[in-house]
Design a protein around this ligand. Structure first.
Ligand code: ADE
Ligand code: ZN
Ligand code: ZN
Length: 249
């Protein structure tokens, strides 16, 4: 029993955006894929529904064969420092780079192409969750105890899922809402992202994310952070599309 509880607690610490968040990002990305990328992804999976592929990397965490991949979902930039690589904690940046290179080389088996693609779809999303770019002091906010409508939780979980779940949208509704009013010019500025640029953008919003007052979070925190949440999900979708379009051009 004790062991079971420890496994449960560990699993809850390591998850990324919740299921809806990853699906929203997948949906937005799919709507912005080039015809070439869409065709290649359809060849591999029989469809190009990225929302349905976006949570696989979390689902496999219950498979001991994938335990080595548990730290592929986040990275760390120490306070006042530049990104210094995975030794600071978390391999997300390293893995997206490595997997993009592998797909570009074109030497992977079909199974490995599928695995690597599902990881890219997921990890690019995670890296837009501000607390998946940790500062090395509180495990990406997992150690920051807060309440959410009086329920005990932590800041990381609020950002992974509780903010999103509170909105009560389906993932398709939310993906549509987020994209309302986005102009083609705005889209264009987002089509050439470097991996580190959006990692730093996640880091840059920490002052706002950590502005939690007495830690009793509810309507006011949502009101203050809704635009930021939408922005992170929107950019995750566009950046993911840009990365996939670049691989499959
Ligand atoms: N564990 C340690 N740092 C983490 C982070 N930034 N996100 C998720 N899990 C973590
Ligand atoms: Zn994740
Ligand atoms: Zn998370």
């Amino acid at each position: 029993m004790r062991q079971f509880i420890i496994i449960l607690v560990t699993a809850s610490i390591l998850l990324g955006w919740g299921k809806t968040g990853h699906r929203v990002i997948g949906k937005i990305a799919e709507e912005n894929l080039s015809p070439e990328a869409k065709e290649k992804i359809t060849q591999l999976f029989g469809h190009s529904d990225l929302a349905s592929l976006a949570n696989w990397a979390d689902d496999i965490k219950s498979d001991p064969a994938w335990r080595h991949a548990n730290d592929w979902h986040y990275c760390t930039i120490l306070e006042g420092k530049e990104y210094e690589g995975p030794d600071a904690g978390g391999r997300a940046v390293q893995k997206v780079t490595e997997f993009t290179d592998l797909l570009n080389k074109g030497t992977l088996s079909e199974k490995d192409q599928k695995d690597v693609l599902r990881f890219i779809i997921h990890i690019v999303g995670d890296l837009h969750q501000p607390l998946h770019v940790g500062n090395g002091t509180d495990r990406g906010g997992n150690d920051v105890k807060v309440t959410w409508f009086r329920e005990e939780t932590n800041l990381h979980r609020v950002w992974d899922s509780q903010l999103i779940d509170h909105l009560q949208f389906s993932y398709t509704e939310y993906a549509q809402q987020i994209q309302l009013g986005i102009t083609p010019a705005e889209k264009d500025t987002l089509t050439n992202p470097t991996l580190l640029s959006f990692v730093y953008a996640s880091k840059a919003v920490h002052p706002q994310v950590y502005d939690i007052g007495d830690g009793k979070l509810s309507y006011e925190y949502i009101y203050k952070n809704r635009d930021l949440l939408d922005d992170r999900l929107l950019k995750a979708g566009y950046h993911l599309a840009a990365i996939l379009n670049d691989i499959f051009k």
